[in-house]
Design a binder for this molecule. Structure first.
Ligand code: FMN
Length: 406
């Protein structure tokens, strides 16, 4: 399971002989789902090249404090704010001294000074340097400041001496960092969500659409992120800002939405179809704006759109746990249950759109979660609260299903 999905780790590399291990550390953190960005001190560059760290992290390495160009792109304050965790590995005795005494004279020290996130320091040095009273006093001070210290291991050192001072083993560092985060209900899962309306073009300026605001789908994306999932949000046109850290794919028509969904849903763990996909589209789209014609009116022939939810639920390979929404104005449970069967879904969320205080364009929702084995009502509350409950219900059903399989 990926223990660091969606987590942002700023890796500080300082000038010790163990700096080469930061390359492996970057990879291992990424394997756990983390996004890693790297800051290197001047000395660190003598031990491992920024190019190596750039290639591994997939981002330019941050090197200088007083560089107008990099400061304008992502300066020390932005870097400190970006990170969920700042991990300095390896940390030299000199860096520990600078950090403990509040220096801000290079980029990494300034980032640490500005940081309000969780801090982790993994010292690595010669055993005598580690045992020195000054180093131990500085480390104690960092501990008092709330910094997590990953004590170095004992063993044979690069200098030929034996004792405590070796960088903690890379897999242990990764585990210690992962343990700082609570594992969410959907930790490591990939969730694909559709949201908003679709637009079916009549001509270059007109379209058929509906009143879906996208609020419910976007709130579900946020709730899934909070639960530790990696989220792909396929969205029709909305006025909303996608939550930070989702992979957003914007589309207009039902056919574009199907294409985008089929790129990401096969192999995903969960698919939630919240979008209000137009059932029909004009058979043809006029290339030029249609001119006003006779007073007798005009007819637009509509043809059926593909059924995105059904297409996902019918996947033979890589079928995700499939969840649909049923917006009904009457016979809520009955219609929704039929939809669950007809589309071969695992769960359906029924909501009554006849009441304008809930559903489509409102901030609240009141729903019923229906599966083949039961149903539970979610009382009226904000779309954010409803979303967290839906995500919890999905996680619970997934866990129950996988227990049955085992
Ligand atoms: C070959 C060599 C290896 C070094 N290894 C370490 C080390 O493992 N740990 C340490 O604390 N300092 C080590 N140093 C000393 C640091 O490089 C030195 O204190 C430097 O100023 C640290 O800079 P920084 O903390 O800004 O990266 C080493 C120096 C040399 C020349």
């Amino acid at each position: 399971m990926n223990r660091l999905t969606n987590k942002r780790i700023l890796l500080g590399v300082t000038g010790g002989i163990a700096a080469y291990k930061s390359a492996d550390l970057t990879r291992r953190l990424q394997d756990e789902g983390a996004e890693v960005r790297v800051v290197m001190t001047h000395s660190a560059r003598e031990f491992i090249t920024p190019l190596t760290m750039q290639a591994l992290s997939g981002h330019p390495v941050h090197l200088d404090l007083l560089d107008t160009e990099t400061e304008s792109v992502m300066g020390h304050i932005e870097l400190a704010r970006w990170a969920d965790v700042i991990l300095i590995a390896p940390a030299t005795a000199d860096f520990i001294a600078r950090y403990a005494s509040g220096h801000g004279d290079d980029l990494l020290a300034a980032v640490c000074l500005a940081a309000e996130c969780t801090m982790v320091v993994a010292p690595a040095m010669n055993q005598a340097m580690w045992a020195k009273e000054s180093t131990q006093t500085n480390v104690d001070l960092l501990r008092k400041m709330g910094v997590n210290i990953l004590d170095p291991h004992e063993g044979l050192q690069a200098c030929g001496e034996t004792g405590a001072g070796r960088l903690m083993d890379v897999p242990d560092i990764v585990t210690r960092v992962a343990n700082l985060f609570e594992l969410g209900l959907l930790a490591g899962k990939h969730v694909v969500i559709t949201a908003g309306p679709t637009r079916e073009a009549i001509d270059p300026v007109r379209y058929i659409s509906n009143h879906s605001s996208g609020k419910q789908g976007y709130a579900l994306a946020q709730a899934a992120l909070e639960a530790g999932a990696r989220v792909t949000l396929v969205s029709g046109p909305t006025n909303l800002t996608a939550p930070d850290r989702v992979t957003l794919v914007t589309v207009e028509s039902a056919r574009q939405m199907l294409e985008a969904v089929m790129q990401s849903a096969p192999g995903a763990d969960i698919f939630i179809g919240v979008a209000a996909v137009a059932d029909y589209r004009p058979e043809t789209t006029a290339e030029q704006k249609i001119k006003k014609q006779s007073a007798e009116g005009m007819t637009i022939k509509l043809v059926q759109n593909p059924d995105i939810l059904k297409s996902v639920a019918e996947l033979r390979e890589g079928r995700p746990f499939s969840v649909g929404f049923a917006a009904e104005t009457e016979n809520l449970v009955d219609y929704a249950s039929r939809k669950l069967e007809a589309k071969n879904l695992d769960m359906i969320i029924a909501n009554n759109v006849a009441d304008s205080s809930i559903g489509f364009n409102s901030d609240d929702n009141e729903t019923i979660v229906i599966t083949r084995t039961g149903q539970s009502p979610l009382p009226k509350s904000s779309k954010e609260v409803v979303s967290r409950k839906i995500i919890a219900a999905i996680a619970e059903k997934l866990a129950a299903d996988s227990e049955q399989v085992a």
